[in-house]
Design a protein. Structure first.
Length: 217
């Protein structure tokens, strides 16, 4: 966990980045602490880009890093995300270590490239007949939306409705949810168990990797 002076410095940097690149550039600071699974955002510039606000919950990336709990990872640069209203963002996540070498904060930079992509596609239409697209990750506003999105992705991973899933299918889906931090969300175990039609005891027995007591049920 970072100290107040370090967080203040990061907030100043966030403000400077947003001012430099204008209103299409959102800069969000997630504090990684015990409260991270419910309201991790402690600084936010140009929040209209994603529609988030101070005190909102974590992104999928934050939860994934909390679930891995393996020190401070390498920065994740220049990947695509999308907002619920369809904006396409070019995003970067910078992981700031604390004094113990673990992630103390995550600074996210999200630049709205929707208009630029439209222009790019218009140009490609004149010069090419084939276009490859990367599927962007979804930005959510709160942990309930994030959990719903992760459960939907787990179903798509298996490729069949829950009613037709075998035990092995459910194990695969639940392991995906665990790997992506879904079980760190408060009361997520109840919702996941209900979705797959199993008990919470069965849910945790399906996990190949123990959660180490980090579930918040």
């Amino acid at each position: 966990m970072l100290g107040e002076s370090e967080l203040n410095a990061l907030q100043r940097i966030a403000k400077g980045i947003a001012a430099q690149f204008g209103s299409n550039c959102e800069v969000v600071l997630h504090e990684i602490s015990d409260r991270s699974t419910s309201n991790s955002i402690v600084a936010l510039e140009n929040g209209h880009v994603s529609g988030r606000k101070l005190g909102d919950g974590p992104s999928r990336i934050v939860l994934e890093r909390l679930a891995q709990d393996n020190g401070c990872p390498e920065d994740h640069l220049c990947y695509l995300t999308r907002t619920p209203d369809g904006k396409l963002l070019k995003s970067t996540s910078i992981y700031i270590p604390d004094e113990d070498g673990r992630v103390g904060a995550i600074m996210g930079i999200n630049f709205d490239i929707s208009a630029l992509v439209m222009a790019q596609q218009a140009l490609l239409g004149l010069t090419s007949t084939v276009s490859e697209e990367e599927t962007p990750a979804k930005i959510t506003h709160n942990v309930n939306e994030l959990l719903d999105d992760l459960i939907e992705q787990s179903d798509k991973l298996v490729g069949k409705p829950v009613a037709m899933m075998t035990k092995e299918d459910k194990v695969r889906a639940i392991q995906f949810l665990n790997d992506h931090g879904a079980l760190l969300i408060t009361k997520s175990g109840d919702k996941i168990a209900n979705h797959f039609g199993i008990s919470k005891y069965t849910l945790y027995s399906y996990l190949d990797v123990k959660t180490g007591g980090k579930n918040n049920d």
